[in-house]
Write a protein that binds this ligand. Structure first.
Ligand code: PLP
Length: 402
């Protein structure tokens, strides 16, 4: 990776997201390679980074998509993902979303409750269609991650217990409008240990064997996403061990593996560029105030997430500072107690590992336009989303002004 961040900042302005497309493509190819020898689809979890050009980059390589709203399903299709590689997950799909998903004829709808199954059944009946479904099993495994991104415990809102799942499969098999083809689990995000995933995997594989015995033909075994990445100095899961564990757990099942990585694909391919506005000291505490803010990258504020922050082209003695944005919230920060050299107006800082849950979680809070996004591929940079301007932000309100 050799990206000239200063010239990108000069060319496109700040705050700015920069994505290394070569990195993202390689991540996909590496994961794909790890699963070789078994039928599989890598369903990129679009919510991690929903930019159409990012999705299209992965679609070109053959990736599928994991979507959690009909909007994401449409993004995937627009970006060239084959509809037979699209999964629609999420605990709260509306009737309209279910209807559209059935009309679009995607690979499958992933169910998260019995109520939802009945909704999907009646919508399918109305449309005269048979809905291909999978069921998200909640294996009650502690994923050992941040509670906000843990999803595999009975205390979390996701999925259904094993016994309930079994009842749902039996019901679905009898229904004329449901075709249960998949089984799914996803126990959390930023997982750095293989053990919880492998426990969940064997619990769900056992259930799949039981279902096969009941002549419920599970064709897709979906292991979810959640693969952790290095933000600081974490030890992460070895991708080959991960894939081998899954191949091993499913070897008697004759299934296609579906894997739904989001963060893993894009986090470390993304950089958030922001310029220094001011330095200030409150008593002895040093603050660096930058032009980016929590509306651009909310992970530090939301999860107390750590991101490495570096100053570009500066040396000199470092001292500790908080890097904060202009928003009127004390939670508006990118880093606390960061070691940085003395900085001046317009110096450039890079917030690293910003490719996942960065732009996709951004907002217009404080009427701040969203940042522009730039791709770098084969040494060439190009804009993939324009900077939002004031007119964009008021477009849906203006006509109602009296
Ligand atoms: C969010 C999500 C993912 C992706 O999670 P990552 O931690 O980014 O890999 C995959 N599957 C489902 C169902 C999700 O909700």
């Amino acid at each position: 990776m050799n990206i000239d961040f200063s010239s990108l900042a000069a060319k496109y302005g700040t705050p700015l997201y920069v994505y290394d497309f070569d990195y993202i493509k390689n991540r996909y190819l590496e994961l794909k390679e790890a699963f070789s020898g078994q039928k599989n689809i890598i369903n990129y979890a679009i919510k991690a980074n929903s930019n159409l050009s990012v999705i299209s980059l992965l679609a070109e390589q053959g990736a599928g998509a994991d979507c959690v709203s009909i909007g994401e399903v449409k993004r995937a299709i627009l970006s060239g993902v084959s509809k037979y590689k699209i999964i629609f997950s999420g605990v709260g799909k509306s009737d309209d979303e279910i209807k559209e998903a059935l009309n679009l004829d995607i690979l499958l709808i992933n169910l998260e409750s019995e109520d939802e199954m009945k909704r999907v059944e009646s919508v399918a009946k109305e449309l005269g269609k048979i809905a291909r479904i999978s069921i998200r099993v909640n294996p009650n495994i502690d994923a050992k991650t941040h509670p906000y991104i843990s999803t595999g415990l009975h205390d979390d809102k996701f999925g259904v217990e094993i016994d309930m799942a079994k009842r749902m499969y039996i019901y679905a098999k009898k229904s004329s409008f449901l075709n249960p083809v998949g089984i799914h689990f996803h126990i959390g995000s930023q997982l750095t240990e293989l053990e919880p995933i492998s426990e969940a995997c064997s619990i769900v594989a056992d259930l799949a064997h039981t279902l096969k015995a009941l002549e419920i033909d599970i064709k897709f075994f979906d292991v979810g996403g959640g693969l952790g990445v290095v933000y600081d100095d974490e030890l992460t899961i070895n991708i080959q061990e991960y894939a081998d564990m899954i191949k091993n757990a499913t070897k008697k099942l004759d299934v296609t593996i579906l894997c739904e990585p989001g963060r893993y694909m894009v986090a470390n391919g993304g950089y958030f560029l922001t310029k220094v506005l001011y330095e200030k000291k409150n008593n002895k505490k040093r603050f660096i105030i930058v032009d980016g803010a929590m509306n651009d990258l909310i992970r530090p504020s939301l999860y107390d997430a750590y991101h490495k922050i570096e100053a570009i082209g500066k040396n000199g003695e470092n001292s500790i500072a908080d890097v904060v944005g202009p928003i009127c919230e004390s939670g508006d920060f990118f880093g606390k107690n960061v070691s940085l050299p003395q900085l001046e107006h317009n110096d450039l800082l890079i917030v690293k590992s910003a490719g996942a849950y960065g732009f996709s979680m951004s907002s217009n809070y404080n009427t701040r336009g969203r940042a522009a996004e730039v791709a770098v591929q084969d040494g060439i940079d190009r804009i993939i989303r324009k900077r939002e301007v004031f007119e964009d932000m008021i477009a849906l309100e203006k006509e109602f002004l009296v």
